[in-house]
Design a binder for this molecule. Structure first.
Ligand SMILES: Nc1nc2c(c(=O)[nH]1)N[C@H]1C(S)=C(S)[C@@H](COP(=O)(O)OP(=O)(O)OC[C@H]3O[C@@H](n4cnc5c(N)ncnc54)[C@H](O)[C@@H]3O)O[C@H]1N2
Ligand code: MOO
Length: 406
């Protein structure tokens, strides 16, 4: 059997992402949008601050009247502005966040004045420059200006900014529907009842857990036995899914039935095999059904191969469907705390521990070893044919937390 040559990772990711149009837009409560991606640019519905505000507790005086003494004529508290106007020789008590009274242009800190009933004189420093303790109208944003770009991840700061900008609802893409299917005759559904010839099904739960770092509507099927009928039936039971992930049966063995099952089910193969280690046999297929596209990722069964391909393909795909501006994981540059050997022709991702300053590759790199995956917090990116690298050499790593995007 002649196999297609494995594709470079970036080409394969670009090909997959080209299949993924953002899902239809819905409007949700600002607080409910946490963790999703903004589906259209957001413009402010108000100006912030809406007036000049005091940034400190103290006394507002006229801009050119910094020497004192002054007579206190009233108060402006947050939410309770002073109604009158201020002229030379007078001051208004102000609190942090209060609107500056008309006619004032400087705030003197309460620590810098001495007060005797309604009389006030300077005992410390006058502000320099005079407007030092003032937040000018529009400092943060102005009405109708864009405050959040389309495709931005909506985290705590964006939730607050959207509210501050006068929005109650935000446009986001609807949640991707994901089904993850474990397949293989050797898989035991119950890890407590696993015969010696079996292995507990764990990839599906792992992939689902990884995907759930994103807002998804996800469920799991299986384990499904290694027959064309069983795999096809599981695909058929995933009719509502935007994305179907299978794990196992992606390689070239006689029992590797995912490709034939996809064909029998009416899906067409987009690509198969990527030049990465682990994860080479990953396949991508699509099925058009009732005007809707389903994307199928066939992940290799070796647990770490499943993890690495879910990290580099499933997560970017879900982000693209969610309308994210940045879909693929970012890298961080750090230094090796131990040497690594020269790499072969496949770009390799080494399980490793990073302490924020340097990275230590783990000894056990077999693609079946979950123990070393569990002990790592990054993957070291070793380019194809990279020469041996020494302690202290720079390397690029992928952070495993949150699927690689902060
Ligand atoms: N002659 C060749 N053999 C293999 C090649 C090749 O190019 N030529 N590629 C190897 C590579 S690389 C990989 S990766 C594996 C992937 O194979 P499959 O995707 O067909 O995976 P399986 O054979 O079904 O399983 C491999 C391994 O993983 C365990 N597994 C599978 N599913 C699960 C699950 N859901 N939970 C836990 N563990 C699972 C399975 O028991 C096997 O031990 O192929 C190489 N072979
Ligand atoms: O790609 Mo396989 O994933 O080398 O073990």
């Amino acid at each position: 059997m002649s196999l297609p040559p494995p594709m470079p990772l970036e080409d394969a990711q670009a090909r997959l992402l080209a299949l993924a149009a953002p899902l239809p837009i819905e409007r949700v409560d600002v607080e409910g949008a946490l963790g999703r991606y903004l589906a259209a640019p957001l413009h402010a519905r108000r100006t912030q601050p809406a007036a000049d505000l005091s940034a400190m507790d103290g006394y507002a005086v006229a801009h050119g009247d910094l020497a004192g003494p002054w007579r206190i004529v009233g108060e402006s508290a947050a939410g309770h502005p002073f109604a009158g106007a201020v002229s030379g020789g007078t001051a208004v008590r102000v609190s942090t966040g209060a609107v500056l009274p008309q006619g004032t242009g400087a705030v003197i800190l309460q620590e810098d004045v001495a007060r005797d009933a309604e009389r006030l004189h300077l005992s410390g420093e006058a502000p320099h420059p005079a407007h030092k303790h003032i937040r000018p109208c529009g400092m943060d944003f102005a009405d109708s200006h864009e405050v959040i770009a389309q495709g931005t991840l909506l985290g705590p700061a964006q939730v607050a900014l959207a509210l501050a900008a006068g929005h109650k609802h935000l446009p986001v893409c609807r949640l991707p529907r994901l089904v993850v299917i474990d397949s293989g005759d050797e898989l035991a559904a119950d890890p407590e009842a696993c015969a010696p010839h079996q292995v507990p099904a764990s990839n599906g739960a792992m992939v689902l857990a990884l995907a759930r770092a994103l807002p998804v509507d996800a469920r799991r099927l299986g384990p499904v036995e290694d027959t064309l009928e069983a795999i096809t039936a599981a695909l058929e039971a995933s009719a509502e899914a935007d994305v179907i992930v299978t794990s196992g049966g992606a390689s070239v063995g006689d029992h590797d039935l995912v490709r034939p099952a996809l064909e029998a089910w009416g899906a067409s193969l987009d690509f198969w095999r990527v030049a990465i280690k682990p994860g080479k046999p990953i396949l991508v297929a699509t099925r058009e059904r009732a005007g809707r596209r389903q994307i199928i990722l066939g992940l290799p069964g070796n647990p770490v191969s499943s993890f690495v391909t879910a990290y580099h393909f499933l997560m970017p795909l879900l982000r693209a469907l969610l309308g994210a501006r940045d879909a693929v994981a970012r890298q961080v540059t750090t230094r090796l705390a131990a040497p690594v050997r020269a790499n072969g022709p496949r770009r390799e991702f080494l399980r490793a521990q990073w302490d924020g300053a340097a990275v230590t590759p783990l000894t056990l790199q077999d693609s079946g070893a979950l123990s070393s995956l569990s002990a790592s917090n990054v993957l070291i990116d070793r380019p194809a044919l990279a020469p041996a690298a020494a302690t202290g050499d720079e390397v690029r790593v992928y952070l495993l937390a949150s699927g690689g995007i902060a």
